[in-house]
Every structure is written in C-alpha cells, then in structure tokens.
Design a protein around this ligand. Structure first.
Ligand SMILES: *[C@@H]1O[C@H](CO)[C@@H](O)[C@H](O)[C@H]1NC(C)=O
Ligand SMILES: *[C@@H]1O[C@H](CO)[C@@H](O)[C@H](O)[C@H]1NC(C)=O
Ligand SMILES: *[C@@H]1O[C@H](CO)[C@@H](O)[C@H](O)[C@H]1NC(C)=O
Ligand SMILES: *[C@@H]1O[C@H](CO)[C@@H](O)[C@H](O)[C@H]1NC(C)=O
Length: 565
C-alpha cells in the first residue's frame, strides 16, 4: 500500500516484507528498547498507548510522534455535566484503532456499570467523539474502526436462561449512521467467555467477526466432533437478519485426545496473501490419549453460510434426521432423545492447516511449563510462534529471577531438494487422523532463543537488562507479562506478579518494545541479504544508552563475536 501510494519504492517494500518475516521467524529482531513505565498499555497499528494514572501517552513505535492526554481532564467535566455522575472513577483503556482511543470510566461506588468515552488522538487530540453509558459491563470488550464502534458484554439472556454475549454498535461518523441500532444483538448459540482462549472478536474489512471453539453449553455424554461457531455481520447494519452464521466449521474429533485447556489460544487473523479471515487456534493435546502432550497451531478458514431465506423450512424435529451419526460406532446405540451428539466425518484438509511445535524427528525437545511461559502468540503470515519464556538455564545468577527470553519456532514449505520427512504413519487406518489434499512437505526451523546469555558479550548483557526490566517491588520472583505481537513488533509490559490486594492496580510496569522491522531509512542502503547476517552482523553500543539496543550491520566496536542478534 505504501508503494502504491508512492511513499517508498516496491524494492523497499519487498525487502521490508522479507526482512520482517525472516527476522520474526528466525528470532533476529532489529531493535529492542524500554519505552517507558505505566499502569496499563495498548498496542495496535504501530501505536502504543501507555496509561499512567490520569495521563495516557500515545506514541508511534517507529517515530518520535507522541500525543499526551489527561483523561481525567477530558472525562470528568463530561461525567459531571452530561451524566451527573460522581467524580470518583477508575479508568481503563479498552481499544485503540485508526487514531481513536476507547476508554471505560467506572464509578468507584458503582462497579459493573460505567461510561465509554471514545476519544480522538489525531484530529484535534482529546476531542470526545462519543460518550455513552454501559449499564452492565461484565466481560466488556470494544472493537472499532474510524467509522463504527462495537462493544460486547456477557449480559444477554438466551432462550435457555443462560448468559450470552450481547453486541451493540454505535456510529462514530455522522455521515454513516447505523441502519438499526435499537437493540443489542444477542449471540444465542455462541458459547465461551474467555476472549483469546474460547472466543475471539475482530473487525476486518467492514465486518464484525466472531468465533467460538465451544460446541455447547451442556456436557454431552456421547459426542464425536467439535466445531467452531462463526458469526459475521456488516458494521453498518447490526441486525439479526444480517447475521451470517455457521456452527459447523470442522475443528477436531474428540478421539484425537484430551486438550490441556490452559494452553488454548484462539484468534482471528487476516491472511496477508488473500485478505481472508483465518481462525488460528493453538492447542496442547495429549495425542490419542497417550502421555505425551504436544502443541499444534491449527488454522481454518472462517466460514459462514449465506443468509437463510425466510421461506426455508424450519429444522426437523425428527432426531434421526437432524443428526448425522457415525457408522459402526458402539455408542450410537446408547443415544436417546436427550442427546444432541455432534458428528461429522473428518474432512479432507490442507497440510498448511496444522503446524506442530516440533517436527517428528525431534526426540526430546526442550519445553517450558505453563508458569514459565509468560506470553504466547502465533503469526499466521510468518507461520511462526513466539513465546516469551523464563529461562532458568540462561544466566547463572541465583540472585536474579530467570531471564525472560523470546522463543521462536517456524516452518516453511520445504524446497524440492529436501528429502521428505519420515513418511511413517501415513495411511494409518485411524479415522481421527486427517487425510490431506496435498503433499506439501514442511521443514521446521530449530527453535531459537533470543537474546544469547548475558555472559556472551556486553551487548547481550545490555539486551538482558532491556528485556528483563527491574520490578518496582524489587527482584521478586514472580512477575506478570502482558504482551501484544503484530506482524512486526512485540510489545510487552512486565509488572510484579499478582498479590491479590488493591495495590495491584497501582503497581507500575515497564513497557518493552522488540521490533522485527528494519528502520525504513536503512532499507535501500543495505543490499546484503539478511540471511547472511549471522556472519556479517554486529551490534554497536550506541552512545552507551542502556535502555535501547539496535542491530547494526558491519560495525564492530564492542562485540567481537558479533552474535548479539
Ligand atoms: C489531570 O487533570 C486533572 C483535572 O483537571 C487534574 O486534577 C490533574 O492534576 C491532571 N493530572 C496531571 C498529571 O496533570
Ligand atoms: C422420523 O424418521 C423415521 C426414520 O426415517 C421415520 O420412520 C419417521 O416417520 C420420522 N418421523 C417424523 C415425525 O418425521
Ligand atoms: C500476524 O500477522 C498478521 C499479518 O501480518 C497481523 O495482522 C497479525 O496481527 C499478526 N498476529 C499475531 C497474533 O501475531
Ligand atoms: C535512551 O534511549 C531512549 C529511547 O530512545 C531515550 O528516551 C533516552 O532519552 C535515551 N537515554 C540516553 C541517556 O540517551
């Protein structure tokens, strides 16, 4: 897009795309720095919003543009005049997109009810675009673009009497009013309450997308197949008849083994190649009920059925017609009318839909337990996963907590001259194992850890100091990490671990930015392909700035080994 608009050349953009994919999938960032301290942060579209008390600082990670807003000064007069509310309230950053920040203000005396303020940060910074009351805010989330804002709460009540997600929209642009916004949309057949683990909501291409990996609310005694539920509707018209749904996007067969739910991550990502929305789920499973757990990153196309025409016949009440059932399965005979089993034969799949953390030839891989894995992400476009782990084998300093390190694994389509992986296991007569419609072979890269141990060289030591900021509460052994990874940058905040007392909210955290893109100005002047940078690259100590590290080509002043990246 930048090249089309004439801002940079196609050569630069190609190199930039190549650089960042290569840098991310091989764990070779271009820079790392401490951005500042705060209580909470958001990161999206290259902009970091850091909140410290009343103040929110919105800065571009790739330039020095910064806007600072005093939220109390913006919100308090409005709360008092427009809503006649008390002046004691708590502020939470909800979402940032397209130069607009959504902030939720909750009165301290009245929890679970408050006001959402939509504040411009670019045109006329501090202008309140919209403000309205949210009656009950349980599980509140916000997604918006420059035209429409949607928020959801887990407060609806479905036909079955259980709580359901309710989604409401407002227009942020007077020229583009919502066609119908009277009532919130109730997500009736859509289960799961944990955003990022059992449900995900996103706005892409002027549609609102929602996915859930939970089949039903009840536990079915007999069940075979798990599905994703997908829901989509156009932003300008949030009404039931515009909702397109599909609750039968194949997910997995239960016979594939139990899932370690604490590791499940669910997201909706846009394919850079096709602009399609993909469901990306990472699951740690005990493969076919064995004792070995392994993590796999699954991708499926987000799919909805075309809208039902009103004349379509209602679902048949005849159970034996409604449910598809497996043949030759002992359990079919024990079903009765109260069961609502799900079954679907395993569909033909593409090999790209499953990316195992370790390839078959890795016999005893090093893994990190959940408590040491502080952040997890998968990037579909780079076919890479990135974990932020606490590595107790990195630096032998018992007085310090284990080092935070980035752990990256990726895979690529193997080129033709690479022998196919062990083809053992193909053609097993096991119905849970998918059959693939292609024969693409993949090569997993070795899992890489970054940065190298601090003892390696001065700039490794500096990197450790940047990635492991000291906690305000002293070198406590427990810390919380909240992170966001997009296609180019990892931004995370390190805070003291939860102590479950009110002081948790007032604890300051440090925001660290690890960037996988080369700064634009350098792009054209470095013809050396990055692939060889392990041989040529070196880091320099830029004027002794301890809170900032940048990878530099060919300058060797301090680190003789040049292996800091
Ligand atoms: C923000 O504004 C409020 C209300 O005007 C004021 O009391 C407070 O001191 C301001 N905060 C800062 C850090 O300037
Ligand atoms: C239900 O299906 C069974 C088997 O196909 C059939 O015999 C029966 O008549 C159907 N009942 C209804 C109410 O459609
Ligand atoms: C992965 O990359 C895509 C496109 O490059 C980006 O939009 C997305 O935010 C990234 N997602 C994660 C979880 O890293
Ligand atoms: C170090 O770099 C950071 C981030 O670029 C900057 O804010 C800070 O002022 C620099 N410190 C020194 C001593 O130059």
């Amino acid at each position: 897009r930048l090249a089309r608009a004439g801002h940079v050349t196609y050569k630069q953009t190609h190199q930039a795309i190549y650089d960042r994919r290569n840098a991310l999938s091989s764990a070779h960032p271009f820079s790392a720095r401490v951005l500042g301290q705060g209580h909470a942060f958001l990161y999206r579209q290259g902009m970091v919003c850091i909140q410290t008390g009343d103040i929110v600082r919105i800065s571009d990670v790739r330039s020095s543009d910064t806007v600072q807003l005093n939220l109390t000064a913006i919100i308090q007069p409005m709360l008092e005049s427009a809503f006649a509310e008390s002046s004691c309230f708590k502020l939470s950053l909800m979402y940032y997109s397209d130069g607009i920040l959504a902030v939720y203000a909750e009165a301290e005396s009245l929890t679970n009810s408050g006001h959402l303020f939509v504040i411009s940060t670019t045109k006329d910074p501090g202008r309140v675009v919209k403000a309205f009351r949210i009656v009950t805010s349980s599980k509140l989330f916000v997604r918006h673009n420059s035209q429409y804002l949607y928020y959801g709460t887990h407060t609806g009540v479905g036909d079955d009497g259980h709580h359901k997600w309710e989604i409401s929209g407002v227009s942020l642009d007077e020229q583009l009013p919502l066609i119908d916004s009277k009532r919130p949309l109730l997500f009736e057949d859509f289960h799961g309450t944990d955003i990022g683990s059992t449900v995900a909501f996103e706005i892409h291409n002027d549609y609102f997308y929602a996915v859930s990996n939970q089949g039903t609310f009840q536990v079915e005694e007999v069940d075979w197949t798990s599905f994703y539920h997908c829901v989509k509707f156009p932003l300008y018209n949030p009404v039931d008849v515009e909702m397109e749904k599909d609750k039968c996007v194949y997910r997995r067969q239960h016979v594939q083994g139990p899932i370690h739910d604490s590791w499940t991550d669910l997201s909706l990502q846009l394919s850079e190649r096709t602009n399609e929305v993909m469901i990306v789920e990472s699951r740690r499973e005990w493969a076919r009920a064995s004792s070995r757990q392994s993590r796999t990153f699954y991708t499926s196309k987000f799919k909805v059925k075309p809208k039902c025409s009103s004349g379509e016949s209602s679902p048949s009440k005849n159970a034996s017609e409604t449910f598809l059932l497996p043949e030759n399965d002992l359990f079919v005979d024990v079903l009765d009318s109260t069961n609502k089993p799900n079954w679907m034969p395993t569909p033909l799949q593409h090999t790209s839909s499953r990316h195992p953390e370790f390839s078959l030839d890795v016999t005893s891989p090093r893994t990190f337990m959940l408590a040491r894995t502080k952040f997890r992400a998968y990037n579909y476009s780079c076919t890479s996963f990135l974990d932020l782990v606490e590595d107790d084998r990195c630096c032998n300093d018992p007085s310090l907590p284990p080092c935070l390190r980035i752990r990256v694994g990726s895979r690529r389509e193997a080129s033709l001259n690479i022998p196919p992986l062990n083809s053992k296991g193909k053609g097993r007569a096991d119905e849970a194992e998918p059959t693939f419609d292609d024969f693409t072979q993949y090569q997993n890269s070795p899992i890489r850890m970054w940065p190298p141990p601090a003892s390696r060289c001065p700039c490794s030591k500096r990197l450790h100091n940047i990635l492991n900021p000291p906690l305000a509460s002293g070198p406590s052994h427990s810390r919380t990490v909240i992170g966001v990874l997009d296609e180019r940058t990892l931004v995370y905040m390190v805070k003291p671990g939860r102590s479950y007392n009110p002081s948790d909210d007032s604890a300051l955290g440090t925001v660290v930015v690890v960037d996988f893109t080369r700064p634009w100005k350098e792009t054209d002047s470095t013809p050396t392909p990055l692939l060889h940078k392990t041989d040529a690259g070196n880091s320099v100590e830029d004027d002794g700035n301890a809170s900032c590290w940048q990878w530099n080509l060919g300058q060797n002043r301090l680190c003789k080994t040049g292996m800091c990246h």
